[in-house]
Design a protein around this ligand. Structure first.
Ligand code: AMP
Length: 425
């Protein structure tokens, strides 16, 4: 079949890499893709936000199946438009993607279906929000309701920070319409994990769980980023915990979304806080995590295209997934300056030397571009060096050995990815 992957990040490179291996994939396209994806798929210059352009391309090219990577086109209704044109797609409808697109929806939904999450209140008016802070006091978490490119969550350690967060979102309108409303949450304490499940509307199939590193620098310091690394499995999500998460969080969500007339199809990504009272839902995402998708795809032994297609066709109950044993870990290499200002266009060498021969080390591209046959940096997060091994420590060693072979003076990365999973000697 002809498959189109929408997006241009490391996540989409990993999806293309996994889909390209399927015997059922005759032709693979990516829109818009990147320099790494160009090695395994035909990249077409259509942006992930150009819904009309993507639907027109899929129709004219006779695409059989579209896999949507990022959240923006999902929330904007790309899957609805593709299905309306008779094209199968992996990902939720706009009505279901609201579980990521609106934190207020997600919190009210959790209340209605008894899904464990932080206590909260919603406000669209600054004085009422501040009055609430006067009564409840920090630490609190203030969140913009809508999609704010990962920046809409403000952890407030004292009341003044919480007042400032309210002003920032509701008065200064820092996130535009995404900040029409705020959610103020109880501050939860614990270790975090990312739980992924494929969902076909009624059946959910858990994938491996991951932990990520959001902070820019070693020791989890510095500004928050899209993610500087991740590893899986998450040590604390063992089989017993996975069942608890499925029973208390994922299954009631699938049933609740169906009952709301918003059946969820695609990948449901639950950001969890493992508290003393058990796992609590921090947020839902309606797509794979980036960078977690990259190690996930390298650990998956089964045919990824078949699993994603079964999801879209409501046949997930037929699927049993096989996984490689051990651990996988990804080190993200970013352009110096990220997540602040950075220059584009620096050349990256040594990528051939870094890659392994048997899929145990894969360098996924994110912000890269081909310029006169050279690979140059074209974004903040640029490469994801992913290694698979018997233990987290071995995966870490392999990943950093590959990173060391990459010649890119303008890049930086963290040296401590995976520290939580690696017991000290
Ligand atoms: P979110 O996008 O809602 O997952 O929030 C981003 C990050 O903020 C999470 O990964 C947590 O580290 C932190 N966070 C969000 N909500 C809370 C909360 N209620 N308590 C403590 N930390 C939180």
């Amino acid at each position: 079949m002809k498959v189109l992957v929408v997006g241009s990040g490391g996540r989409e490179h990993a999806l293309c890499w996994a889909i390209a291996k399927s015997a059922n994939c005759e032709k693979l396209y990516a829109a818009p893709g990147n320099a790494g994806i160009a090695g395994i798929a035909d990249c077409v210059p259509i942006g992930a936000e150009d819904l009309g352009g993507l639907v027109d391309f899929a129709k004219s090219e006779g695409i059989d199946f579209v896999v949507v990577g990022p959240e923006m086109p999902l929330v904007a209704g790309l899957v609805d438009r593709l299905e309306g044109a008779g094209i199968k797609a992996f990902g939720p409808s706009a009505a279901a993607a609201v579980i990521e697109g609106s934190k207020a929806f997600m919190k009210d939904f959790c209340g209605k279906y008894d899904i464990p999450t932080a206590d909260y209140a919603r406000f669209d008016e600054p004085d009422a929000a501040k009055e609430y802070i006067h009564r409840h006091h920090a630490p609190l978490v203030v969140k913009a309701d809508g999609l704010a490119a990962g920046k809409g969550v403000i952890l407030c350690h004292n009341d003044l920070e919480a007042f400032a967060a309210i002003d920032h979102i509701l008065t200064e309108r820092a996130f535009g319409e995404a900040g029409d409303e705020v959610v103020i949450e109880e501050f939860l304490v614990g270790e975090e994990a990312s739980f992924f499940a494929l969902v076909d509307g009624t059946t959910a199939l858990p994938l491996m769980s991951a932990q990520d590193h959001k902070a820019a620098y070693d020791g989890d310091t510095g500004p928050n980023t899209g993610g500087m690394g991740a590893y899986l499995p998450a040590p604390m999500v063992d089989a017993k915990m996975s069942k608890i998460v499925m029973d208390r969080i994922i299954s009631p969500t699938i049933d609740g979304m169906a009952a709301e007339g918003r059946p969820f199809k695609g990948v449901l990504y639950a950001g969890l806080m493992m508290t003393d009272d058990g796992p609590k839902l921090l947020e839902y995402n309606a797509r794979f995590g980036d960078p977690e998708c990259q190690p996930l795809m390298t650990m998956l032994k089964s045919d990824a295209l078949e699993a994603l297609l079964a999801c879209a066709e409501g046949r997930l109950a037929e699927i049993k997934l096989a996984w490689h044993k051990g651990s996988a870990l990804i080190v993200v290499m970013a352009t110096e300056g990220y997540p602040g200002y950075y220059e584009k266009g620096s050349e990256i060498r040594g990528l051939g030397e870094a890659a392994g021969d048997n899929d145990d080390v894969v360098v996924f591209h994110a912000g890269t571009r081909l310029a006169d046959g050279r690979i140059v940096a074209d974004g903040g997060r640029v490469l994801g060096v992913t290694a698979r091994a018997a233990t987290p420590a071995k995966a870490q060693e392999k990943a950093y050995a590959a990173v060391d072979r990459i010649d890119w003076p303008q890049g930086f990365y963290r040296r401590d990815i995976g520290w939580r999973a690696i017991a000290p000697d």
